[in-house]
Design a protein around this ligand. Structure first.
Ligand SMILES: C=C(OP(=O)(O)O)C(=O)O
Ligand SMILES: [Mg+2]
Length: 574
């Protein structure tokens, strides 16, 4: 029987194929009392060792298929396996209660997961709970001798149906066979959704009940752009999805042809399309998708991926690799943006009521300036290897920019005095992600070399709507005229001083926003690598004069975000 349901569209593309039900493995066991605790501890270490080896293999595979930034979740998993507190607690439980390793592992896992999951308002802790569950499932499978389903062995075209996909499940998917996946739970920013987009596998999540509606072998049709899922579609529906799929494939083939093309509008205006990266390895994606620059290198990943503060030499090597990898094309390196939802285990920060409004990014850097100066020195030393631009995050006041720039110049003078070669051609700019800076962008523009608008934060601060909170996500409105006016002010202010303005928040790659941003005259668009070519293709079809008219109308005549979207549709209809 044909059934239809709707979920959250998280990864574009269309697929029709047989269902592959990812069934939870039976990891049940009996609690056994034992005197031979040494044997149980040995069984535990054996299971931990095997799990570590497996996770390392999965991580290596993920680096190849997904890139370093996405693969980092497995570093977190490996850290769980090596965490003395957690492993020590399991061993202690075996010894104290004289029970088998399975029972001890379950007790300790439940305790940690329960503790983290109860911190409902803390998405970071929720993620840690998911990591521990994922990792401990693997350890348990070794203890009870049950193999976890091996998604990498799938060798026919299927659509995976699951309650949820863990990051390790997702990393094993072979996109030649897995045509799509549909899950009961999840959201746009869950790990599996982000991975699906990197792998370019269509995905719909959060359907709530897909696992109950499907039996093995059912046919499934998925539209990852709209969030539509049909179980056992009629032949007309299959034909309809097939033609949509073909149209999407044709589009992708068209996009691919633009890999080495310049980004120009129909009337010949050039815009720079850049990629966002988290580590040097992500350059492959930017270069592979025809990126003209790196518009945002989130250096905090270097810190998050390290057991302690990365030293100057390690940082130098990473920055040099990125600059060399871009072969003279611009690279905007953002100094570390820790705080908010990004924590460093070795940097103990006080608990705060409002971490996103708290001690974060440049605020930490200016206060703990040893750490900041180390980063600045590493950047300055790397500057001779390419076209470096340095960007400070979360700037609220001109004084912060002046202080940060003064430290940069001091470190430069010291290096030069030490005889180290430093480029004289480094642009120094700021992220515009705090409304206060957007409002007085004209003042900033006299002192900075460029702006890059961080809409992920700018929107949450302007609308007072937490970017991680589903209950207020309706207020997270990129097309709200208030946001557009701020963006216009930033761009116009930059241009009035002969500076350039870019954008590195998610909005830069949003296909509804791009016509507006072209119309507003944004110079540089930085986005995830997989969005670059479709944006280049979209820009080719836009007339910049017409888009300027669109933007002007949106700003002067629209009251709501919905009106702006309707106007964009009107102006971009073929
Ligand atoms: C690019 C941005 O920074 P992040 O997402 O790292 O906060 C932003 O705020 O738009
Ligand atoms: Mg930000």
């Amino acid at each position: 029987m044909t059934k239809q349901l709707k979920g959250i569209a998280v990864s574009d593309g269309i697929a029709v194929a047989k269902a592959y039900l990812l069934v939870e493995p039976d990891l049940s066991f009996e609690k056994i009392s034992t005197d031979n605790v040494d044997q149980e501890v040995a069984r535990l270490s054996d299971a931990l060792e095997k799990s570590t080896a497996e996770l390392q293999t999965i991580r290596n595979k993920a680096v190849k298929s997904l890139g370093e930034e996405e693969a980092q979740v497995f570093d977190a998993h490996l850290m769980v396996l090596a965490d003395p507190e957690l492993v020590g607690a399991v061993e202690g439980n075996i010894k104290d209660n004289q029970v088998n390793a399975e029972s001890a592992l379950k007790d300790v896992t439940d305790m940690f997961v329960g503790m983290f999951e109860s911190m409902e308002d803390n998405p970071y802790m929720q993620e840690r709970a998911a990591d521990i569950k994922d990792v401990m499932k693997r350890v348990m499978s070794h203890l009870v001798g049950v193999k976890l389903p091996d998604l990498s062995m799938i060798d026919e075209e299927v659509i995976i149906i699951a309650e949820d996909l863990t990051p390790s499940d997702t990393a094993q998917l072979d996109r030649n066979f897995v045509r799509a996946f549909v899950t009961n739970i999840g959201g746009r920013t869950s790990h599996s959704a982000i991975m699906a987009r990197s792998l370019e596998i269509p995905a719909v999540v959060g359907t709530k009940e897909i696992t109950e509606m499907v039996v093995e072998g059912d046919m499934i049709a998925v539209d990852g752009s709209e969030g539509d899922v049909i179980v056992n579609p009629t032949s007309e529906q299959v034909a309809d999805f097939e033609s949509k799929r073909q149209a999407f494939e044709d589009l992708k083939a068209e996009w691919d042809k633009l890999k080495n093309a310049k980004t120009v509008t129909a009337d010949g205006k050039h815009f720079e399309l850049a990629g966002n990266i988290g580590t040097p390895k992500d350059l492959e994606g930017v270069n592979g998708h025809g990126g003209e620059a790196v518009g945002l290198y989130r250096t905090e990943f270097l810190y998050m991926d390290s057991p302690d503060f990365p030293n100057e030499d390690d940082q130098f090597e990473a920055y040099k690799a990125v600059l060399e990898g871009m072969d003279g094309k611009p690279v905007v390196v953002r100094t570390m943006d820790i705080g908010g939802d990004k924590e460093l285990p070795y940097l103990k920060l006080p608990e705060e009521m409002n971490p996103f409004l708290g001690y974060r990014a440049i605020r930490i850097c200016l206060a703990e300036d040893d750490m900041f100066r180390t980063q600045l020195r590493a950047l300055l030393r790397a500057s001779t290897y390419g076209n470096l631009r340095i960007m400070f995050p979360m700037i609220a006041t001109l004084q912060e920019f002046r202080d940060a720039k003064a430290m940069l110049l001091e470190e430069k003078a010291k290096l030069v005095a030490e005889g180290v070669e430093v480029s004289d051609d480094i642009q120094v700019g700021i992220m515009i992600e705090i409304p206060a800076a957007a409002v007085i962008a004209d003042r900033f523009a006299k002192e900075v070399d460029f702006f890059s608008i961080g809409t992920n934060d700018l929107i949450q601060y302007t609308m007072a709507a937490d970017r991680m909170n589903e209950r207020v996500s309706y207020l997270y409105q990129p097309y709200n005229p208030a946001i557009l006016r701020l963006i216009k002010n930033v761009i116009d202010s930059a241009h009035a001083e002969g500076k350039w303005a870019g954008m590195c928040g998610e909005m830069a790659g949003d296909q509804t926003a791009v016509p507006l941003l072209v119309g507003l005259g944004l110079d540089e668009f930085s986005m995830s690598a997989t969005s670059i070519l479709r944006t280049r293709s979209l820009m080719k079809r836009l007339d910049s004069t017409k888009m300027a008219e669109l933007a002007n109308k949106a700003i002067t005549e629209c009251d709501t975000a919905a009106e702006v979207v309707a106007l964009v549709e009107e102006y971009t209809a073929e």
